[in-house]
Design a protein around this ligand. Sequence first.
Ligand code: GLP
Length: 244
Amino acid sequence: MRIRVFGSADALARTLALDISRRVGDKPRMVLGLPTGRTPIPLYRELVRLHRSGRIDFSQATTFNLDEFLGLTPGDPRSYRAFMQRHLFDRVNVSPRRIQFLNGTPVDVGRECQRYERAIERAGGIDLQILGLGMNGHIGFNEPARALMARTHLTHLKPATRRANARFFDNRTGSVPREALSMGMATILHSRRIVLLATGATKARCVQRLIEGPVTPRLPGSFLQLHRSAEIWLDRAAASNLKR
Ligand code: GLP
């Protein structure tokens, strides 16, 4: 894995946004995999800035988000879909029909997961998957477990993950859905390039285990060690536990 350490979260976001704008310039029909969470917010801000100054055109690009809470409609302000609209989609020119999202209120969960897998396949696979990192090492909503799911699936959220997401729910952990839909490990690992972002000291221990520890389902992010083109982009605080 290629590790890159930046002086600040903003420097990281600026560099990645420029990198994305160059790649979308070279390949306008780029397929992007996108995360939610605090970590990618500066990246989305930079992408909006580049778009406003005419340096990135998303009109031909397709996006697939990693996950969605079960039971929330796309219009629910607490949904990940609404988060993405606020931070990126409403502010750039991604075509609404090229925004792909898991439906949090499907009639049939199994079918919805299959539909998503097929949509990714039909789009030609994901060119660049951006990931955040959960405090417990999850990617998407692939929670630490004895065994991980390969494909898009229904997942049960750990208490720690529900606590971390309480900020979207008036700080009430009890209101955070217990279940979500998420891309699986193979869905993520089949992306041509992966960039995992982690910033802040609270991620330092998890980042150290992800990079220097064994590949284990107890830390789903560690599976990135098996990918031929995975990059870990950190700020100094998140890199502070690394040995080298
Ligand atoms: C949620 C999302 C993850 C994300 C994680 C980290 O649980 N499902 O995809 O990576 O939060 O969030 P943050 O960036 O706020 O630390």
